[in-house]
Design a protein around this ligand. Structure first.
Ligand code: ADP
Ligand code: MG
Length: 368
């Protein structure tokens, strides 16, 4: 068995290398632990190679098997560190000048926030990708400081009912969002404080299942600017996205604000799917403008960026319907092949000229 695992492992490393070259979309599935041992568990098999088999609780064993294939499947016992380990190469490539987008998809209660932020309350134990990624970025920045001088800016944004709300930033030199502001951060502690502030600002009760956080998209954006000793400049950004719950809301049961929210969520999640599919089909028109979410992620969702989607599922049988629909969506995304990821690295002269063009364009737009 150990020989088999070694081969699988080596294949996976090779696979990651090829993926790096192609810069296409990766899809990881994560299954959270079951919280009710008395209910049936629908997980049948998790393969080292990214295979996942689930069982339809209403069908006899054999007929009820559904097989899915992802780049990787994390079972209920997978730790935050294990999950991060497979994400780390992507984070590293941000420091090399690639744009990266990581998003957590799945129904409410499936573990999206756990993966991205960690458990509620913000204890240091089990911190999620947001923290681990930033920590790693600072480590790399420190390690390379004799060769490259990095500047790291962070932005926290919430999209609720197609409205962008800036959650925790002070005014600096926002250049990604129309009115956005950014904050330069020098250490993980500063980021932690920023995140806490953002979370408080998000003003949600973590107990109610239908709280606002499950109905809004939360985006943590990291802008990296680096300059090496010979004047080459790299500029890249990393989006870390905790999406709104993907569950379908029974329209006959909700009215008013809840209905409006459900419609906005449907719209933005399906726009995300449309954008990914349009990229896959290499359409000339990519419908980024159809939702705030895709507009915000535009620079890191193109063929030149690297994208990682975490598809979250609950293992309990009463989630079967939503689990299947999450896995189907994720499977569709994972078959997408994007182009070659592009390095955003140029000489200082070219970068300065480009910046000049941009500011002239802005000045012109103001005049008109
Ligand atoms: P979502 O953000 O998708 O609505 P949460 O991340 O809030 O879901 O997860 C729901 C509950 O399950 C939370 O109490 C969370 O701490 C817990 N949980 C989720 N994933 C895990 C995991 N892998 N290990 C332990 N607890 C988890
Ligand atoms: Mg959540």
């Amino acid at each position: 068995a150990s020989g088999y695992y070694r081969v699988v492992k080596e294949n996976r490393n090779l696979y990651n290398m090829v993926q790096d070259l192609k810069g296409n979309i990766r899809v990881y599935c994560r299954i959270r632990p079951s919280f009710s041992p008395e209910t049936k568990n629908i997980i049948d098999f998790i393969g080292e190679d990214g295979t996942l088999v689930i069982l339809d609780p209403l069908k006899p064993q054999k007929e009820g098997k559904k097989v899915f294939q992802f780049n990787r499947v994390f079972g209920p016992t997978a730790t935050q560190d294990e999950v991060f380990k497979d994400t780390q190469p992507l984070i590293r490539s941000v420091m090399d000048g690639y744009n990266v987008c990581i998003f957590a998809y799945g129904q409410t209660g499936s573990g999206k926030t756990h993966t991205m932020s960690g458990p509620p309350g913000g204890s240091m134990k089990d911190r999620g990708i947001n923290y681990l990624a930033l920590n790693y970025l600072f480590q790399l920045s420190n390690k390379r400081k004799d060769m490259i001088n990095y500047d790291i800016h962070v932005q926290m944004v919430e999209i609720y009912n197609e409205q962008l709300e800036i959650r925790s930033c002070t005014s600096d030199n926002g250049f990604c969002l129309p009115d956005a502001t950014m904050r330069t951060v020098k250490s993980t502690t500063e980021v932690l404080n920023l995140m806490k502030f953002g979370e408080v600002n998000r003003a949600v009760s973590s107990t109610a299942i239908n709280n606002r956080s499950s109905r809004s998209h939360s985006v943590l954006t990291v802008h990296v600017h680096g300059e090496d000793t010979s004047g080459n400049i790299l500029r890249s950004c990393l989006h870390l996205v905790d999406l709104a719950g993907s569950e379908r809301v029974d329209k006959s049961e909700v009215t008013g604000d809840r209905l409006k929210e459900a419609q906005y969520i449907n719209k933005s999640l399906s726009c995300l799917g449309d954008v990914i599919m349009a990229l896959a089909q290499k359409n000339s028109h990519i419908p980024y403008r159809n939702s705030k979410l895709t507009l915000l992620l535009q620079d890191s969702l193109g063929g030149h960026a690297k994208t990682l989607m975490f598809a979250h599922v609950s293992p309990e049988e009463d989630s079967f319907g939503e689990t299947v629909s999450t896995l189907k969506f994720a499977q569709r995304v994972s078959t997408v092949e994007l182009g070659v990821a592009r390095l955003n690295r140029e000489s200082r002269d070219v970068m300065q000229l480009k910046e000049q063009i941009e500011s002239l364009k802005k000045a012109l737009a103001k005049k008109e």
